[in-house]
Design a protein around this ligand. Structure first.
Ligand code: ZN
Ligand code: ZN
Length: 650
């Protein structure tokens, strides 16, 4: 910047804001590291990196007036991230040592590790051990990790053989005169940092898997080879991580879904478009019925809307402007149509088609509405990220004075969901953001009512101030599963803008037209995400009421087959099958166990003579001489009460 352009107030010193709120005066060319030395020489020496307004940066980065500064040392939460970034450099260095003519792309840290993308790299999982050994040598060698700032021209020369790095450089070049390289031993990389001081500071590294990834996440680009890894400060932390990862892999809903024939996602039918097979649809149907019961008890009316609408509707709702890139849009004749990314506009259109009095409100609509959102193909994964999913959607049209009572009802329903599935949860109230629509009065009134619901129930919640949607405050829930992972769950969202856009109204007691408030709510969220979470939460061992096959009858020999079929008849109000294969009892028991059937009924000559059955559960407990009616009555109660575990023999 030339002298004449500089701001008049930029004097020789500037002030940065420290985490405790105090200000630190430093010279205007000070770096993060300089600031740390200013605070104290010990901190200066320990500085690994910094955070400027929350963004992790290298310690060589200059600070600026008014910025919120945090110093990152090896005791900071962010340290692991810095170390993992350095580990990704070690991976790339190891790859360059082992393979010729590899093109390097990018190698950032992630939430639980790091990756590096390469082109022209032929590699498979079996080769990872060699790379790990090479990384261990690089760590052992304890190379100093040196930063060097060079001119764009100099960088272009160094990167002449790296097409992807050159592409990145050309983008930096527009705004920067210099770029930084980080060098360790014989190897260097174009990189903004931050990094640890030497490779010896990197603790335990493990390479996890190889995957394909498009350059810059764009399907039009080359598919590169991505190597995933992770790093921890010590071996025991790594071991713990690997155990948890193993546990998650054993519960993977894609694997269990395949084993239990629940669903498939096939190339021929398209990415992110799940197909539910009969056993999967059986579980879904139970989930639908349960929510339908809750909705009907709470006074909801079911409506139904098509999968596609004219885009006029999406212009009106505002989805077209804000959501166009995520929508599937196509022409039919002269009209433009779009698959619905949300159900709300359809429900608003239904409400709008009639005139209402204040006495009619609240109006509550429910629909299991299929929606379509065009996520990046690379992001799609099993049932957790899909293009087509179904929301157990509900929209309420209420008077402003009815918000509290309605949100109370919704909270009751949500509580019922958590209790039924035996799930822990967390909850957050998000309030008015800086940019918002709606009057101060309606926001205050709405927020007060939401808070009052939460306070009245003595519920623990996070207050996320300013995190609400621009159109209204909301309460979001996250489910916590059996191994402590959390997943997006139910949501209750107030909306002051959709009623405006659709010109919704009711006639008040004063005979004037008034705007209703719209409440969006979902109990499961999406069926797909919820189903995925339940599969992993229960490891496929669904409670009786959800199990695709509830009981399997195992005849000990073919001689007992006829009696076995009689038993099937006696249990025909349950989902019951007979294993009539010519196989040993031991094998039949194992098959039923592998298929995760909650109960097995075993019948042989003894049972047939006595006219009773033996019962075995999934915990491998077995009881003989069980009366048919007694077991049937137990099953009925266990199913209807939606108990979470088979408990006949417990
Ligand atoms: Zn880097
Ligand atoms: Zn909605």
């Amino acid at each position: 910047m030339s002298e004449s352009e500089s701001e008049p107030e930029s004097a020789e010193s500037i002030a940065v804001v420290l985490p405790d709120g105090s200000e630190l005066e430093v010279p205007e060319d000070a770096t993060v590291e300089d600031c740390a030395y200013e605070i104290g020489p010990g901190l200066g020496r320990d500085t690994v990196a910094g955070k400027l307004d929350g963004e992790l940066v290298a310690k060589e980065e200059p600070v600026y007036d008014g910025v919120a500064l945090e110093i990152v040392t090896d005791g900071s939460e962010e340290y692991l991230r810095v170390m993992r970034h350095s580990a990704s450099h070690c991976l790339a260095q190891a790859v360059c040592r082992h393979y010729d003519d590899v093109d390097l792309a990018i190698g950032p840290p992630t939430d639980d590790g790091f990756y590096y993308d390469f082109d022209n790299l032929e590699i498979d999982e079996a080769d990872l051990a060699d790379l790990e050994a090479e990384i261990a040598e690089i760590v052992e060698a304890d190379y100093e990790i040196e930063r060097e700032d060079v001119s764009i021209e100099e960088a272009e020369e160094r990167l002449a053989d790296d097409p992807y790095k050159l592409e990145l450089l050309s983008e930096f070049a527009d705004e920067n005169e210099q770029v930084s390289f980080y060098k360790q031993g014989e190897w260097e990389d174009l990189c903004a940092g931050p990094h640890v001081d030497s490779t010896g500071e990197i603790g335990a590294v493990e390479l996890l898997e190889i995957a394909g990834a498009y350059w810059r996440g764009d399907e039009e680009n080359t598919m590169q080879t991505r190597i995933y890894g992770t790093a921890f400060e010590d071996e025991s932390d790594l071991e713990e991580f690997l155990e948890r990862r193993q546990e998650a892999a054993e519960r993977d809903h894609r694997r269990i879904g395949n084993e239990m024939n629940l669903f498939s996602i096939q190339d021929v039918t398209g990415p992110g478009l799940p197909l539910y097979h009969p056993p999967g649809k059986t579980v879904l149907k139970e989930l639908e019925d349960f929510v339908e019961e809750l909705n009907e008890d709470a006074g909801y009316d079911y409506v139904e809307t098509p999968h596609v609408f004219k885009t006029d509707l999406w212009h009106r709702s505002g989805h077209y402007e804000n959501y166009e890139d995520d929508m599937f849009i196509f022409d039919v004749g002269d009209d433009e149509f779009g698959l619905k990314p949300m159900n709300c506009p359809g429900h608003a259109a239904i409400f709008q088609d009639q005139s209402w009095s204040y006495r009619d409100l609240p109006i509550r609509y429910a629909e299991n509405g299929k929606v379509y959102r065009k996520e990046q193909r690379g992001e799609l994964s099993g049932l957790s990220r899909v293009w087509a999913f179904t929301i157990d959607d509900g929209h309420l049209f209420v008077r402003p004075d009815q918000i509290e009572a309605e949100v109370e009802h919704i909270m009751d329903m949500i509580t019922e969901i958590f209790e039924t599935f035996d799930l822990e949860y967390e909850m957050a109230l998000a309030t008015r953001p800086e940019k918002s629509v709606g009057s101060d009065e309606i926001w205050e009134r709405a927020e007060e009512q939401l808070e009052s619901v939460l306070e009245k129930r003595d519920l623990e919640y996070d207050l996320e101030e300013g995190d609400g949607a621009f159109y209204g405050p909301k309460i979001d829930f996250a489910f916590e599963d059996a191994i402590g992972r959390s997943w997006d769950g139910p949501t209750v969202q107030l909306d002051f803008t959709m009623p405006e856009r659709f010109d919704l109204s009711y006639v008040g007691e004063d005979n004037e037209e008034h705007r209703p408030v719209m409440i969006h709510r979902a109990l499961y969220g999406s069926y797909e995400r919820f189903f995925m979470m339940l599969i992993e939460h229960y490891e496929g061992n669904f409670p009786l009421w959800l199990a695709p096959e509830q009981v399997r009858v195992l005849p000990i020999s073919d001689a007992n087959l006829e009696y076995a079929r009689e038993i099937v008849e006696r249990f025909d109000e349950f989902r019951v099958e007979v294993d009539d294969r010519d196989s040993t009892l031991e094998r039949k028991i194992r098959a039923a166990h592998d298929d995760r059937v909650p109960y097995q009924i075993i019948v042989g000559d003894n049972e047939e003579e006595a006219g009773n059955i033996s019962v075995r559960d999934r915990f491998e407990d077995q009881e003989y001489d069980v009366e048919i009616d007694a077991f049937s009555a137990h099953l009925e109660a266990e199913r209807d009460e939606k108990r979470t575990e088979p408990d006949f023999l417990q």
